[in-house]
Design a protein around this ligand. Sequence first.
Ligand code: ADP
Length: 670
Amino acid sequence: MPPLAPLPPTLEQTLGGLQTRRMRWLLAVPKLGIVLLLLALFSLLWLLHHNEIEEERNALIKDVLWLEQNLRFHFDGAEEQLQQLASDIAGGHAGKPQFRLRAAHLLKNMPEVGQLLWLDDRQSIVAAEPTARLPDEELAPLGPTATSRGIDTARRFGKPVYGEFFLNSAQQALNELLVPIHKQGQPQGMLIAVFNLEQLLSSQVPWWFTEKYKVDIIDGDDKVLAVKTRIEQTGGQSYEIPLEPPGHGLKLRVTGYRSQENTLQRLLVVAIIILAIGVFWSLWLVRELMQKRSQAEEALRAEHAFRTSMEDSLTVGMRARDLEGKVIYVNPAFCKMTGFASEELVGQQPPMPYWVPEQIDETFAMHQAVLAGRAPPDGFEMMFRRKNEERFHALVYEARLIDGHGQHIGWMASVLDITERKHAEDLARQQQEQLQFTARLVTMGEMASTLAHELNQPLAAIASYNSGCLNLLTHASADPRELKPVLEKIGLQAQRAGKIIRRVHDFVRKSEPRRAPCDLREVVEDCLGFVEAEARKRRIRLSCRQPETLPLIPADRLMLEQVLLNLLRNGMEAMSDTPEALRRLEITVDCGKSEICLGVADQGSGIAPEIRERMFTAFFTTKAEGMGIGLSICRSIIEFHRGRLWAEDNPRSESGTGTIFTFSLPLAAD
Ligand code: ADP
């Protein structure tokens, strides 16, 4: 089987889909905005940070250059002073005592200069301050020392040179400035100033500098020879510059401490992240809320569509009025019923356009009763008119209109057009009457022969009394006093015959049901009179058990007779196969507080369950010549009298089978 093609979406679904898509876009825009804002914020922070680093670097380079220049000035100053001393010695203006004096002065002013030496041309120490020991003396056995190499270089160039740095026995990095002494172009000796690099940094790097940076002097292999710092921990930017003089691969390295502002920046970043999370979270909540709202809207729309379609498909007219009686709503069915459009009815005050002018007073009175809350709870019937002036019967049920807050805001009516039903009911009533009449005719036909037989009796009696009288009259000695009782008897028999004929006449005559105080005993008596002859023929014993007196009940006597006759006849027919000795039909009348019950018990065939269910329906019969309308009419008649008719098995039956048909009638008319 090929797969089923998916159903095309309905207009509602399409609209719903569009709505959802639009909602998703609406929700995505602020999210995108937040992401862009965050990107901008982080970029700004990064730029600031970058600028800060740049500025820091610039400041560092400026400070390093300043320091390097400072150190150069210092070295240049020392070099100048030594050259002056060398020229004084060469000129003979300075002997050993002057040397010592000036050396002491220089050492005092330049704490980084640890020793000042004066060597003669053979490299022997002429004078020295504070000690006369060569600074790298202990390194001499290892070969040419830094001092000796420096002396050679200075002599070769004939101008001041800086020697290579070296470490003394105390592992202090030292460096020498060697200034040759010349006299008329002839080398006369050498002045040597020994610089302690550690001391150099400590005296020449100002305190504010070490507040910001760590300063190192390193060699070409990055080995630290001297250092000045306030704290050990660094982490900031670093800048290196060759330290010239003295040169020889020495470098000045300045490193910034880790900046404290970073903490503040980090706090700011954390705050931004937390805020961003907060914003996202609240967006999420808003999204959920919006989703719930859209779901609720969807449900509401579906509910509304469902209600509208329900309203449109209702065949019952609905009309709502406010507490003043103004129409506030009518449904399509009501409009269809009355022929007026909703706009023509909504907002209308009494008299309404669908009211019948000739019944305006009754309609208005009912309208007032409804507004006063006195509308009949079981509904009421009204005559309304359509727009085309056509009249129709309406069944109206009024109920309170309660709003969502439990407030009574008006009246809601459901209106049914019952014109058709009324016609159908009328027709059914007419047919029922016709049926009853036919049933009576049938009953009468069946009894015609019995009645003829009954009439025979009084007629025969009259005839025999008559011939007796005639016989008497033929005798001259006849006493007229003897004739009187005979004639009276003739009269009586004639009355009886007349009564029988009138009864038949009454029974057959079609008339409207008339309820009048009626004695059930008379009904029983009459019926027994009717069926007596047939019972005799069928060899059935009739018995009757009833109270001496019975209260009068409001009933149509003829109708009750028809019921009882039907039950008696059915009972007799049911006993056609019963042994003759057991053929007994018993009428029992019981009077209760509120009703009288009359039962007809037979010992006939009894009723099978499947028959029991259907026997009260019209035209159901099991008899070959039966019409099947007897019990149906009996039930209608009893129900017309507000009573009940039912059948049950006869428990006292001697034949083992049998039925009791009972009807009850209320004592008082309602
Ligand atoms: P009909 O007598 O013309 O058949 P009824 O409506 O009076 O129509 O009765 C319907 C059916 O109910 C009968 O055909 C019969 O089968 C059953 N019935 C009525 N009365 C009795 C009774 N007393 N005992 C047994 N069956 C009965």
